[in-house]
Design a protein around this ligand. Structure first.
Ligand code: KG4
Ligand code: ZN
Length: 340
């Protein structure tokens, strides 16, 4: 008798584009495991050191993948495809994940699926319950990118706005650095902002035409603001840290959400998502909900673990590629570049 249950599809995904070594297993679009090893080795340097990141990936990758398989409660032989992040990222870091995934796919004789990291951030929203329906808009905000993406289907994503200089994550991290906070400073600004007054200090909103962003002017104005006030009172930052963080966060979030609102008005799309590391920011999450309530638009916010770099987003993207019959040859290259 023909089975009424269609075959279940299990994907093992690996993410190693920057300083997180991550692996995840998804079955039929449901995440069974999502393991991340963070690299603390960079803390002393105020930013990610590419060579140290590659070496840490080499140490982490076997235990992280092993853990993901065990936590999912499956055996390697049950894997239907192996996926990995092929771009963009640090080339040495990408190579570690890619070589591991290729070797595993070869030894298991299973298809290999290459995933673009920025597309995966967007499609992390498919893990929301309920997920957005198509078409939706996604504001993708990470350490290296700031984009508004129009998504018609898992393989039809168009960037309709992006930053001309710094990314939103850089705006957070560089501001934090000016305040003497360690890298990455975004989560710390978020933490201190919770105790502060967001309207105490006014920072300028850049006037950029269309749906593009710019954060370099804001960074310069924060620098001069801090220098001027520290000249008058050497304890200015210490005394006002919470209000400064709240005011910086308020401005970054308003720049982001004003453009997203503009994109929704221009396209007529009423389903709004956020993605990427900065979408973990509490001000942005609350601001999106408020925007949705004000306009009666639907909003989608990924769980925290699917905002910052993770392999679950690679797994869900690969699952849709698998369904579409997309796989790559074992000699597919990795690329540091962001083009889709
Ligand atoms: O997506 P992601 O994990 O890595 C990249 O692909 O870049 O994003 C990292 C960025 C960093 O700039 C970090 O400071 C920022 O996300 N970030 C935050 C928060 N959590 C992470 N920024 C503001 N508030 C947060 N809570
Ligand atoms: Zn990322």
């Amino acid at each position: 008798m023909k089975s009424l249950v269609s075959k279940s599809i299990s994907i093992l995904a690996i993410e190693s584009s920057c300083d997180e070594t991550a692996a995840s297993v998804c079955r039929n679009g449901q995440i069974l495991s999502n393991i991340i090893a963070n690299q603390t080795v960079h803390e002393a340097y105020g930013g990610v050191v590419p060579e140290l990141a590659s070496r840490a990936h080499l140490q982490n990758i076997v235990p992280v993948v092993d853990n993901a398989i065990k936590k999912a409660g499956i055996s390697l032989s049950e894997i239907d495809a192996v996926a990995f992040t092929s771009a963009p990222g640090l080339i040495g870091s990408l190579l570690v994940g890619a070589q591991f995934a290729k070797s595993l796919a070869l030894s298991l004789n299973k298809p290999l699926i290459a995933v673009h990291h920025m597309q995966a951030h967007v499609l992390a929203n498919l893990l929301n319950d309920p997920p957005p329906s198509y078409p939706f808009l996604c504001l993708t905000v990470s350490g290296g990118h700031t984009q508004i993406v129009l998504c018609h289907s898992p393989d039809q994503l168009t960037v309709i706005g992006q930053t001309r200089d710094d990314a939103a994550g850089e705006a957070f991290d560089k501001s934090a650095k000016l305040l003497g906070l360690p890298y990455p400073g975004g989560p710390l600004i978020d933490k201190f902002a919770k105790e502060g007054d967001p309207l105490r200090f006014k920072f300028p909103e850049p006037q950029i035409a269309g749906l593009d962003f710019s954060f370099s002017g804001l960074k310069t104005s924060i620098l001069y603001f801090l220098q001027d006030n520290e000249k008058k009172d050497g304890e200015f930052i210490n005394k006002n840290l919470a209000d400064i963080c709240a005011s910086i966060q308020h401005r970054i979030v308003s720049i982001l959400l004003n453009k997203l609102e503009k994109a929704a008005l221009q396209t007529g799309i009423r389903q709004l998502c956020i993605a990427g590391g900065v979408s973990a920011n509490s001000g942005l999450r609350e601001g999106l909900i408020t925007l949705g309530e004000k306009r009666h638009w639907e909003t989608f916010i990924p769980k925290f673990e699917y905002c910052t770099d993770n392999a679950a987003m690679i797994a869900i993207t690969a699952y849709h590629k698998y369904l579409a019959g997309e796989s790559v040859a074992l000699n597919v290259p990795v690329s540091a570049r962001a083009e889709w």
